[in-house]
Design a protein around this ligand. Structure first.
Ligand SMILES: [Zn+2]
Length: 345
C-alpha cells in the first residue's frame, strides 16, 4: 500500500493563539505519528498553493478578496474564525495540499491523508465561518472533475455538518455529499430532509444523530446508507472530510466515537474506493480539538490506510460492537424513506 501524507510546517503559521483550532493540533498529530513509528511508512506529498482560479472553482472573487484583505490585517472573519498575517497564504496551501493529494492518487498512489489547516467544510462559496477560510475539499472535488474524474463522492464524518460543502453542490448530481453529524449542533444545517434541489435532488444525504452516538451507530449508518448510496452512485474518486471531533474526548462536541472507530470508518471507505474507483481515496483533516484524541485517531486512520486493520464491508455492520441505538435504526429508516424513489437510495 502506497499511502501519502500531506504536511508542511507552514500550516503552523496560521496563528490563532488559544483558539481551539490552533497550531498545536498539527504538532500533536506529527508527534503521534512519529511515536507510532509511522512516518517512515508514509510517502510525503508536497502541498502547493492553490491558485486564484482554483479557489474560484468554488468561491466568489469577492469572498477571496475579503479573506486576503482581512488576513493582511489579522482581523477575524467572524466571532469563531480568526486570521493572522500569514493566514491567507496558509489557507492557499491548505486548499492546495488537498489538490496535491488528488494529483498523487491520480498518479497511482493508493491513498493520501492531507493534514492541513485551516479546515474547510464550513466555508461557503461566499463566506468563511466555523474556523474555515476556504473549502479545501469542495475545491478538490471540482479540481478532480477538471482533471477528468466525472463523479465525486464526499464523505463528511466531521462531527459538525459541512454546510459549506453541501451548499457548493446542493443542485449538482455529479457530486454526492454524504454527511453524518451531531444534531442539533453547530452550524444548525444538515437536517435529514435536506436532500438537494433540482438536478441535485437526492444527491445530498444527511444522517443527523443526537449526542452520544458511538462506533456501532456510525458503522451501522455506513453499512445501511453510505455503502448502498456509493454503490449506486459509482464515484470516480472518494474525498473524505476527516474531522475527528466526534471522538468521545473532544471538548467541542458530544459524540462517543473511539480512535479505533475512526480506523474502522477509514477501512470502510478504503474498501469502497477499492471496489468502486480503483482505490482513489483522499482524506483531508477538518476538526478535532483534543490533542490526544486527535493524534490517536489520525494514527488509527493511517493504520487503516496502510492495510493494518482488516475491514470487511459486508460483515462489519456495527451490531456486535456495543449496540446500535434504536434512534439510529429509526433515523436510518427515515433517511431511506426520504430518499426512496430518488436516485441514490
Ligand atoms: Zn467539526
Amino acid at each position: 500500500m502506497q499511502v501519502g501524507i500531506v504536511y508542511s510546517k507552514d500550516y503552523l503559521e496560521h496563528n490563532t493563539g488559544m483558539h481551539p483550532e490552533n497550531a498545536g493540533r498539527l504538532r500533536a498529530i506529527m508527534k503521534g505519528l512519529s511515536d507510532a513509528g509511522l512516518i517512515d511508512l508514509l510517502h510525503p506529498v508536497k502541498p502547493v498553493h492553490a491558485s486564484d482560479e482554483q479557489l474560484q472553482l468554488v468561491h466568489t472573487s469577492g469572498h477571496i478578496r475579503i479573506v486576503k484583505d482581512f488576513s493582511s490585517k489579522g482581523i477575524a472573519l467572524d466571532g469563531d474564525t480568526l486570521t493572522s498575517i500569514r493566514s491567507y497564504e496558509v489557507a492557499l496551501l491548505a486548499a492546495g495540499g488537498v489538490l496535491s493529494a488528488v494529483d498523487a492518487v491520480m498518479d497511482g498512489m493508493d491513498s493520501v491523508f492531507a493534514l492541513v489547516r485551516p479546515p474547510g467544510h464550513h466555508a461557503e462559496p461566499d463566506r468563511s465561518m466555523g474556523f474555515c477560510l476556504f473549502n479545501n475539499v469542495a475545491i478538490a472535488a471540482r479540481y478532480a472533475q477538471q482533471r477528468g474524474l466525472g463523479k465525486v463522492l464526499i464523505v463528511d464524518w466531521d462531527v459538525h455538518h459541512g454546510n459549506g460543502t453541501q451548499k457548493a453542490f446542493y443542485d449538482d448530481r455529479s457530486v454526492l455529499y454524504f454527511s453524518i453529524h451531531q444534531y442539533p449542533h453547530f452550524p444548525g444545517t444538515g437536517r435529514v430532509d435536506e436532500i438537494g434541489v433540482g438536478k441535485g435532488r437526492g444527491y445530498t444525504v444527511n444522517v443527523p444523530l443526537p449526542r452520544g452516538a458511538n462506533d456501532a451507530d456510525y458503522l451501522y449508518v455506513f453499512n445501511k446508507v453510505l455503502l448502498p448510496a456509493a454503490r449506486t452512485f459509482r464515484p470516480d474518486i472518494i474525498l473524505v472530510s476527516a474531522g475527528v471531533d466526534g471522538h468521545r474526548y473532544d471538548p467541542l462536541a458530544g459524540m462517543d466515537l473511539t480512535s479505533a472507530g475512526f480506523g474502522q470508518m477509514t477501512g470502510v471507505v478504503r474498501s469502497l474506493a477499492e471496489e468502486l474507483c480503483g482505490g482513489k481515496l483522499v482524506l483531508a483533516l477538518e476538526g478535532g480539538y483534543d490533542y490526544g484524541a486527535l493524534s490517536d485517531s489520525v494514527v488509527m486512520i493511517f493504520r487503516a490506510l496502510l492495510g493494518e486493520i482488516d475491514y470487511d464491508t459486508e460483515i462489519g455492520d456495527g451490531t456486535g460492537m456495543g449496540g446500535v441505538s434504536d434512534h439510529t435504526r429509526l433515523q436510518v429508516e427515515n433517511v431511506i424513506h426520504l430518499h426512496s424513489g430518488g436516485k441514490i437510495l
